[in-house]
Design a protein around this ligand. Sequence first.
Ligand SMILES: [Zn+2]
Length: 183
Amino acid sequence: MPNDSDNKISRNEILISTLHEIETVKKNLTIEVGTLLSPNGKIIKEWEGDDESVSIPIEDYKNKSLWENNIYTHNHIIGLHFSVDDIERFCELSLSELRISIPSNSFFSIIKKKGFYTKLANEVMRDKVGSFSKGMELAINRGLVFNDNDFADKLYRLRIEHAHNWFENNAAKYNYIYEKGEL
Ligand SMILES: [Zn+2]
């Protein structure tokens, strides 16, 4: 019988408390800030952004060793879950964990487990779960009006909501841990 501990990753105490501190501060910000941490809780680098995204210079993106097996946490001030871009970045940069904190006091986390499915970003997110066409299908099912001013925004939110539901139900199958928690 599967043991619950199989699904838990033992985490460094300092990492847990540092993440808690950082994410508690971020929930009151009006801009997004991204923080990169090592698995033992040391802050490696921090980047500020605007109300929609974090601005990371291209030379930092290109520096693969900066990201590899580290933990990246950022805040979504509009309170949404992971975007398709977030998941793509998580996979491309070989992070071990990606986190988001939102103003309503919650966080979301996705962690790689041993044997994780490496094509999560393209085969799953870009082509199926978080794709534009999947979003359109959901929009039609929900009867959204296409020429509404805020159609693009509603479509974006539908895609994110769908990806969130998908992760809740399927992450384990692909050897990822998907978690939602309170700060
Ligand atoms: Zn994001």
